[in-house]
Design a protein around this ligand. Structure first.
Ligand code: ZN
Length: 291
């Protein structure tokens, strides 16, 4: 099955009250594990690529080629979107689309609202010509290293009126409003702005995206989905699963030297981690076929 945009999968998720996972590609084994999990779970899937990983994995054309080759090699028959995560400029979004990505996130949230709208508008115009989807961000989704106290975190929440303006003036396909989730492991109990999430969903009518989906309690995930979150980004939990499997193998087998001996258990661990998220998000079985 050829790569598709996020449009149909997010519309269906919103209507069906479940969420599609975005799982980030870190290397070949992550790509294999995520595609295999999606196919076995009969779940639509979004493959995320963050900017830092583009040079690490060999460039945008290589990543798109690797994904397309694996889809053919494994005979993947569920919908797969290839999505640029946190694209920081118009240029990188265009380069991703040119390489064959079917979706991009333009993250101009560090700019003032006017400038965010202007950049997002340009990306959306170009992406829609190609049938690709666009995600935009409002407010600041931080990393744990920022170590904010709760009051400061709430001050960075997306403002509903700003969300309405961004959506109306740009024609984006989905919106990531900052509401207290963070990238990386959580320190203590996260405090998500659920009231505001529901309000933004009502006012914009768009599928919402939850970044920092690793380590959130299951109840919070289900609540976010019930309030219109149709896409949830996960990377850290899969990275932890991968690295734990490698660490365990190498501690048990200090003489090991063949990479396959620790990368196969790592790949299996990533696949189990992704499958568990798909079940939690409710996307298992939504691509049709038997699970
Ligand atoms: Zn993010």
């Amino acid at each position: 099955m050829a790569l598709v945009s996020m449009k149909a999968m997010l519309d269906e998720a919103l209507a069906g009250q479940y969420a599609v996972g975005q799982f980030n590609l870190n290397n070949l084994e992550f790509t294999q594990a995520i595609l295999l999990a999606a196919n076995e779970e009969r779940s639509p899937v979004i493959l995320g690529v963050s900017e830092a990983y583009i040079p690490y994995m060999g460039g945008l054309p290589f990543i798109a080629g690797m994904v397309e080759s694996l889809i053919k090699h494994y005979g993947i028959t569920v919908p797969v979107a290839l999505h640029l995560d946190h694209g920081s400029t118009y240029e990188v979004c265009i380069r991703a689309l040119h390489a064959g990505f079917t979706s991009v996130m333009i993250d101009a949230s560090h700019h003032e609202l006017e400038r965010n709208i202007e950049i997002t508008q340009r990306v959306t115009e170009a992406a829609h010509v190609l049938g690709a989807t666009v995600e935009a961000e409002l407010g600041r989704i931080t990393g744990r290293e920022d170590d904010l106290v709760v009051d400061e975190a709430e001050a960075m929440y997306a403002v509903p009126e700003d969300c309405v303006r961004l959506v109306n003036e740009t024609d984006i396909d989905c919106l990531a409003p900052a509401l207290g989730s963070v990238h990386g492991p959580y320190r203590g109990q996260p405090k998500l702005g659920f009231d505001r999430m529901g309000e933004i969903r009502r006012l914009t009518g768009l599928p919402l995206v939850l970044h920092g989906g690793s380590g959130l309690p299951d109840e919070e995930v289900r609540k976010a989905i019930s309030l219109g979150t149709a896409k949830i980004n996960v990377n850290t939990d899969n990275q932890i699963a991968c690295t734990s499997a490698i660490r365990t193998y190498l501690l048990d087998n200090p003489e090991a030297y063949d990479p396959r001996h620790y990368l196969v258990p790592a790949r299996n661990a990533i696949q189990r981690s992704v499958s568990a998220k798909m079940r939690l998000f409710g996307s298992t079985g939504k691509a049709g076929g038997v699970v």
